[in-house]
Design a protein around this ligand. Sequence first.
Ligand SMILES: Nc1nc2c(ncn2[C@@H]2O[C@H](COP(=O)(O)OP(=O)(O)O)[C@@H](O)[C@H]2O)c(=O)[nH]1
Ligand SMILES: [Mg+2]
Length: 383
Amino acid sequence: MAQQDEQRETRVSEVNASQDEQDGWAQLLAVLDKVPFMAGLKRDIASLTRMIYRRRLGRVVAVGHVGAGRSQLLNALLGGHVLQVGDAADLEAGQWAWVDASGKKVAWMEVDANGEPLGQRTLRALDREPPDVILALVTPEQVAAGAGQVLEAVLRIQARQAKKPPRLIPLLTQVDRVAPADAAAPFPQAKRDAIRRAARALQRQLDEAGLTGDEVRAVATPSRDEQSLGVEPYGLLELRERIADEMPEQAQVETARALEAPRARRRVAQALVQSSSTLSITVALAPIPFSDLAVIAPLQGMMVTSIAYLSGRPWDRKTLAEWGASVGLVGGAGIGLRALTRQIVKFVPGAGSIVSASVAGAGTLGIGRSAIGYFLGDPQLPG
Ligand SMILES: Nc1nc2c(ncn2[C@@H]2O[C@H](COP(=O)(O)OP(=O)(O)O)[C@@H](O)[C@H]2O)c(=O)[nH]1
Ligand SMILES: [Mg+2]
């Protein structure tokens, strides 16, 4: 039966966490289950579960006329040549594609605004895996001619997810071709003015169509050949951050990683560290023997590994060892800390569990900050 077939079908945006990852998390959860005051922790546990163990790819739909530059935009966003552009286009319109640029992954769908953009198969694909973000691409020439078909397709996709319509990010594309076309970024004033006028015209069309979303932003995505001739991309850094911002918890890690968005990566890493620290403190306070041994060290290991993963490194134990060596730790993050805690506790009668808890929490926070610094670098520097 068709329906059963569909249920068996895997989802394009699915990520299968490795057996190692899953086993580790299942063991942690089994111990955490025995910890009192769990109710207050449910949120942090659920959040870590969604961000790491149930993570999936970000799902981005790009609506535009054929040739608007959707595939080239994704190539530029991922910093690689993964999709064929122009006449060589190899992507099936209206279907989710699993795009992998050397491990940087995104679920991507191009919807052709000309013709019949939203057939039954496309609608089914959108229902099964609703987009997190819709990009609408319109070139300056198309703005002048009227972007009606693009806007109509966007409206219909948003209406399909009426309860939680995906965020629209409208793009004025190929602005490098606005006259004077040979002026490279940073563009001269006359060119910037012309781009602004086209962007305003597109904004008016969006408003008239009743579409809500971001303000129109201008982008240019020169091909690799053009880039080697010194043509700079335009507006891409901010667009990367913007797309990453819009992702739900489950897609944050993969999207911030794939788009190499430095601000988003730090924000996601900080959320992971925050939840891990809260869990560590509560576990350390809990009156169950060996809870710190069973939970805190693996939790800290998971936290450091996931921050390394966010930075683009593979998910494996080697990254943990790499960071450990960088801070002079031998034998894993939690061990020195636990010994230290026991020493302190001996000298503070009665305050044992409190001291242990604050050391565990501060320890996890400190380890997290150190891992962010090591793997994600200085926030002031462009990533
Ligand atoms: N000058 C310039 N050309 C672009 C830009 N984006 C795409 N192109 C070119 O436009 C053509 C169509 O691009 P493509 O990404 O295949 O469009 P799609 O059909 O929307 O996926 C290709 O020849 C691209 O090289 C851009 O920002 N500037
Ligand atoms: Mg294409």
